[in-house]
Design a protein around this ligand. Structure first.
Ligand code: BTX
Length: 324
């Protein structure tokens, strides 16, 4: 907007020195309260702005980007993330990844954006993906596995992301079946796995990962503030998004290699070590049905087993779960 342009002009002119709220207000032609609000907006986009009484504001740093070179500098993988498709703003990284997969790009190709205008969750839900404050990425894999085993890759990705959070923070992530990662019981990550397949042959599996990194609570829409969080909110520290991406890709590659070599068993054991819901009574809502029961574990196919109060064991393939 024009106001934003003026604000950036005023701050740039100060060249790293303080400029008072009054001066900025005069320059833009708005109130000092409005200046403060615009500064807050800048902060929520990842700008670090220092505010000191009687001195005013100064920019300390612009937001870190997650461009191709930013991610690849220091990336310790063999194939995953060796090809990166980066765009500042996209509708959804999943959509681009589907197109690239159709065009036959190599396995391990990653699509990353700073912002998604219509980020996708499961079941046509939306995923809030504001600019510069989270990780919005989709990874293209081409595993030679039967179609029905593809859901295992969601669980594999969840373990990799949980490990990456442990690598970069002091937080204790937990996984809520099948695809949420929680910190202190709040959702910080969502994973959406989609597949392109023909009869029983997989063309590609597209793993979409959304991670809330540097959002403040007020950056979330009101209806999410109770149940969502970010690594910044939970740890109190601003975290480098590209470092988290590098760790996630590194962990993904290690687990994917292990998976292709030894199958799902080692991944399943790791997954269970992070699982929040095992042994607890949960409510699983599927499209047609609601089942309440004790979570016994997951099968080798990644299916959740629930035991109801009559002792009957139900297999849950896809559902939203709530811990009772
Ligand atoms: P899900 O269906 O399990 O979760 C979606 C639900 O989560 C929403 O209905 C809403 O209640 C809540 N939600 C929305 N945005 C957020 C958020 N930022 N943080 C926490 N909770 C939220 C989860 O689906 C799968 C999400 C995958 C997102 C990635 S981002 C990169 C890729 N591109 C894309 O369009 N989607 C994936």
């Amino acid at each position: 907007s024009e106001l934003r342009t003026k604000l950036m002009e005023a701050l740039s002119k100060a060249d790293g020195a303080f400029i008072s709220g009054q001066e900025i207000a005069e320059y833009i032609g708005c109130s000092r309260t409005a200046v403060w609000k615009h500064i807050e907006d800048l902060r929520s986009e990842g700008y670090r702005v220092e505010a000191v009484r009687k001195k005013g504001y100064r920019i300390i740093s612009a937001p870190e980007k997650v461009s191709e070179s930013e991610i690849q500098l220091g990336l310790e993988t063999r194939t995953i993330g060796k090809m990166i498709h980066y765009q500042e703003t996209v509708e959804s990284t999943q959509k681009i990844a589907h197109q690239l997969a159709n065009e036959g790009v190599q396995e391990g190709t990653l699509v990353v954006a700073e912002e998604q205008i219509s980020g996708k969750g499961r079941l046509m839900r939306s995923w809030h993906s504001p600019k510069y404050s989270g990780i919005w990425m989709s990874l293209i894999l081409r595993p030679k596995i039967p179609v029905h085993e593809a859901p295992q890759l969601t669980l594999l990705a969840a373990v990799a992301v949980a490990q990456a959070i442990e690598d970069t923070t002091a937080l204790k992530p937990q996984i809520k079946w099948p695809n949420d990662i929680l910190v202190n019981r709040k959702k910080v990550v969502g994973i959406l796995t989609e597949m392109q397949a023909e009869s029983d042959r997989i063309h590609s599996v597209i793993i979409g990962i959304g991670m809330n990194i540097n959002q403040q609570l007020e950056d979330f829409p009101e209806e999410l503030q109770e149940k969502a969080s970010s690594l910044l909110i939970e740890s109190g520290e601003t975290i480098s998004r590209s470092t988290v991406i590098q760790r996630a890709l590194y962990r993904l590659e290690k687990l994917y290699d292990l998976y292709l070599k030894e199958g799902f068993k080692p991944i399943k054991d790791l997954w269970e070590s992070y699982a929040i819901s095992l042994g607890q009574v949960i409510r699983a809502s599927t499209v047609n049905d609601t089942i309440v029961g004790k979570a016994l574990g997951i099968t080798d196919a990644g299916v959740l087993l629930l035991e109801d109060d009559k002792g009957k064991v139900h297999s849950v393939y896809s559902a939203d779960i709530e811990i009772q």
